[in-house]
Design a protein around this ligand. Structure first.
Ligand SMILES: CC(C)(COP(=O)(O)OP(=O)(O)OC[C@H]1O[C@@H](n2cnc3c(N)ncnc32)[C@H](O)[C@@H]1OP(=O)(O)O)[C@@H](O)C(=O)NCCC(=O)NCCS
Length: 141
């Protein structure tokens, strides 16, 4: 997209910027920087950049063969509404790690409409899915 670059290069990630967003996100409030860094290092990450600054991010936890879990998707407020997250989703879904996966999963509170555009459908009522949810894990003292 004009004026923006998208990259999967780990070396380009601005981990401080990613942490600054994720620690105020609704899904990982309080997450420590070192956890963000370890997670990114062990994932396939997509960064969106403009004028040398990182303004968007998406992370894929995957075996690069059969399964992928998409998470930590955000675009900074000043850059929203320009199609950047749809671009990240298109690029992510076209990446071999996801394009060849048997299952790709994600969790979202309210952005279903974004992911539907990339082919995701709701798992509502699928009792084969199990999860452990600990949304306050970083809040423990
Ligand atoms: C969700 C988010 C990544 C969208 O980024 P964006 O670059 O502004 O989105 P785009 O311009 O690519 O467009 C998003 C599309 O999804 C749709 N959409 C559906 N639910 C949405 C939601 N909750 N927020 C934003 N867009 C949503 C939009 O209408 C738009 O579709 P359209 O162009 O057909 O109208 C961004 O609003 C954000 O960072 N939100 C806070 C973090 C978040 O909720 N991340 C998702 C966690 S699952």
């Amino acid at each position: 997209m004009e004026n923006y670059e998208l990259s999967t290069d780990f070396a380009r990630l601005d981990l401080q910027a990613i942490h600054a967003y994720l620690t105020r996100s609704y899904w990982s409030p309080g997450i420590p920087l070192e956890i963000v860094e370890r997670a990114a290092r062990n994932s396939l990450c997509f960064g969106v950049y403009t004028q040398g600054a990182q303004v968007g991010f998406a992370r894929v936890v995957t075996d690069c063969a059969t399964f992928a879990y998409l998470c930590d998707v955000y675009v900074l407020e000043a850059h929203r509404g320009r199609g950047l997250s749809k671009w990240m989703m298109r690029e992510a879904m076209a990446h071999p790690a996801l394009a060849g996966a048997r299952r790709v999963m994600l969790a979202t509170r309210d952005a279903h409409g974004l992911y539907r555009q990339s082919g995701f459908t709701e798992c509502v009522g699928n009792t084969n899915l199990m999860e452990i949810v600990r949304p306050e894990i970083y809040r423990r003292v």
